[in-house]
Design a binder for this molecule. Structure first.
Ligand SMILES: Nc1ncnc2c1ncn2[C@@H]1O[C@H](COP(=O)(O)OP(=O)(O)OP(=O)(O)O)[C@@H](O)[C@H]1O
Ligand SMILES: [Mg+2]
Length: 308
């Protein structure tokens, strides 16, 4: 999952995990950037480097299990050293900040540690679906490009092997797809289009459908005259209410016109299927809102023109 900061990558990661669960698939969500609201959306506390079960599988509906974990470069390095029989020195190495020194000398090393671990998780095949909640757009390109850059600079040894295997995973469209997320607004749409072409050209990853998040749903009767509508509904408006309602309706129709323009512009500039998710009016997205988003996601997938 990739996209500009704040467009809803984490919400869409959770939505896809919940949607997958509803069709019986198990999912592991991997978070690379510290604190997010992922756990809260499943009605749980926080995340940790160890896997947490966000929602149990089974039940009457035969739901798939959703698990999640964080993944930082330091922790991935510890794992790597442990797997290679170097656990005695690993703690000292990491706590001494040696990784930062190496990372300065060889940019991309941290990204490859994280992606290498993701590859290991994918290979372990302990889950039907692995969702990686990637860093924001600018960084997503360097993040995913790290393997290619390292392959060019480090020609032999374990880093080369690791980078090659990561690149194999990223460029295998049957194993990995990047889902780009945007809001229906000018700047995020522009950035998404640039990112899409960059990812295809510079990294060689396959793109899934794009997700347009936070769309205002149409409201029947939005343009009705408030006083008449109130009468039909059997109530009367108080002083000033008709004017306030007219202003709110005008605001909403403006906003819907703008979003329709942006959705059309995106379709025009990028020939990828779109999955559209509604803006949910709430202070915090919790399990109920997530269920609603997941249901919409599945309906949108069903409506896609072809299997992508
Ligand atoms: N469809 C939606 N309806 C209502 N609120 C939403 C929706 N999508 C996202 N939000 C809210 O917008 C905020 C940003 O969403 P989210 O954290 O998923 O974005 P992000 O792209 O992961 O951000 P970051 O780049 O900081 O990781 C959150 O407060 C989230 O609850
Ligand atoms: Mg996020």
């Amino acid at each position: 999952m990739a996209g500009k900061g704040g467009v809803g990558k984490t919400v869409v990661s959770a939505t896809i995990a919940r949607a997958a669960a509803r069709v019986g698939l198990s999912t592991l969500v991997v978070e690379v950037e510290g604190k997010s609201g992922l756990a809260t959306m499943f009605g749980q506390q926080g995340l940790d480097y160890d896997e947490t079960v966000l929602s149990a599988g089974g039940g009457r509906a035969g739901d798939g299990e959703v698990r999640a974990r964080t993944l930082t470069p330091d922790e991935a390095l510890l794992d790597y050293l442990r797997d290679h029989g170097l656990s005695r020195i690993s703690k000292r190495l990491v706590s001494s900040g040696a990784l930062d020194v190496v990372a300065t000398a060889a940019p991309g090393i941290k990204d490859i540690l994280v992606l290498g671990k993701v590859k290991q998780l994918e290979r372990a095949a302990a889950t039907d679906l692995l969702v990686l909640d990637a860093p924001a757009a600018g960084h997503a390109i360097t993040f995913l490009q790290a393997a290619r850059v390292l392959l060019d600079t480090v020609r032999v040894g374990p880093i080369n092997a690791q980078a090659r295997e990561v690149l194999e995973m990223l460029t295998d469209h049957a194993r990995c797809r990047v889902v780009l997320v945007t809001l229906p607004e000018e700047t995020p749409v522009n950035e998404l289009v640039d990112t899409a072409f960059n990812l295809e050209d510079r990294v060689g990853v396959g793109l899934g459908p794009v997700v347009v998040n936070g769309l205002y749903d149409d409201i029947p009767g939005l343009h009705a005259e408030p006083a008449a509508a109130a009468e039909t509904a059997g109530t009367a408006l108080r002083k000033g209410e008709a004017q306030a309602l007219r202003a709110a309706a005008a605001f909403r129709s403006d906003r819907m016109e703008l979003q329709a323009e942006q959705v059309a512009r995106l379709a025009d500039r990028l020939p990828l299927a779109q999955i559209r998710l509604p803006f949910v009016f709430t202070t915090e997205i919790g399990p109920d809102e997530l269920d609603l988003l997941a249901a919409r996601f599945l309906a949108e997938v069903d409506a896609l023109p072809e299997v992508v």
